[in-house]
Design a protein around this ligand. Structure first.
Ligand code: DGL
Length: 270
């Protein structure tokens, strides 16, 4: 199955998938040449998501696409479900479900990219009585992760400024609604307080994928020795080094695919 993100963020989903369905063959696509998706217009992100999904289906014959990116899920999930000939799973419903289950005080903070918050997708998914949700876009965080930096004074200073409204709301749960943010968990926890539960959509998404594989009769044999292949639009050596460091996965070999190739070979959204 194909899993993609703007960069390293989706590796948090890939790890959870590899743990839950180790017999599946996975192809991870990191669009590191074109990250961050968060500040870019929705139509642009939809175009990127469409090119990558088509590429995964045509070049790797994947049986399912996992959009391991909140920004791309918000911008493109319905479009991909209509245009890609295999099941497509996003990360938003899974995160919302997990946060709703975990909060005891019925007060949740949502951290996400500018594009995700502006899309209104989480606001529409969280509609529920007796639940207060504080939304915060967090520009600048993804860039730290893409540089392999997950804890520093600069990160703490930025987080203190960004998360002030969430802290003021006295939430007991923070949903990390960008797949890059779990890599910043220690810093986020230091800023919001150790008693606040940080929720990532990774495990919940992996469960959703596993259930769907069963329902659609797409599962590999349990005896199969699953594999992971990596593709990136950026520098493959940097992807291998930083991706391994961030995720703990052994990323030995990465195929480079140029952005020009994607743009020239896959049909346009409009
Ligand atoms: N990891 C992505 C997300 O979940 C994208 C972040 C970005 O490229 O701005 O939103």
């Amino acid at each position: 199955m194909g899993v993609f993100d703007s960069g390293f963020g989706g590796l948090s989903i890939l790890s959870a998938l590899h743990d839950l369905v180790p017999h599946e063959n996975l192809v991870y696509f990191g669009d590191t040449q074109r990250y961050p998706y968060g500040p870019q217009p929705q139509e642009q992100v939809r175009e990127f998501a469409s090119q990558i999904s088509q590429f995964l289906v045509e070049d790797y014959d994947v049986k399912m696409v996992v959009v391991a990116c909140n920004t791309a899920s918000a911008a493109a999930l319905s479009f991909l479900r209509e245009s890609i000939p295999v099941p497509v799973v996003g990360v938003i419903d899974a995160g919302v479900r997990a946060a709703k289950t975990i909060t005891k005080k019925r007060s949740v903070g949502v951290m996400a990219t500018v594009g995700t918050i502006a899309s209104g997708t989480y606001q529409n998914s969280f509609v529920e009585e007796n639940l207060t949700v504080t939304y915060q876009s967090c520009p600048g965080l993804v860039e730290f992760v893409e540089r392999g930096e997950t804890y520093s004074d600069e990160i703490l200073v930025l987080l203190r400024a960004l998360l002030e409204p969430i802290i003021r709301s006295k939430v007991d749960t923070v949903l990390l609604a960008c797949t890059h943010y779990p890599f910043l968990s220690r810093a986020i926890s230091d800023v919001v307080g150790r008693d606040v539960f940080l929720v990532s959509s990774a495990e919940e998404t992996a469960f959703e994928v596993s259930t769907m594989l069963g329902e659609e009769c797409l599962e590999c044999e349990r005896e199969n020795m699953g594999s992971i292949q990596y593709v990136s639009t950026g520098d493959p050596d940097i992807f291998s080094r930083l991706g391994s460091k961030l995720s703990g996965l052994a990323i030995d070999s990465v195929r480079h695919v140029g952005v020009e190739y994607l743009e020239a070979n896959f049909r346009k959204v409009c």
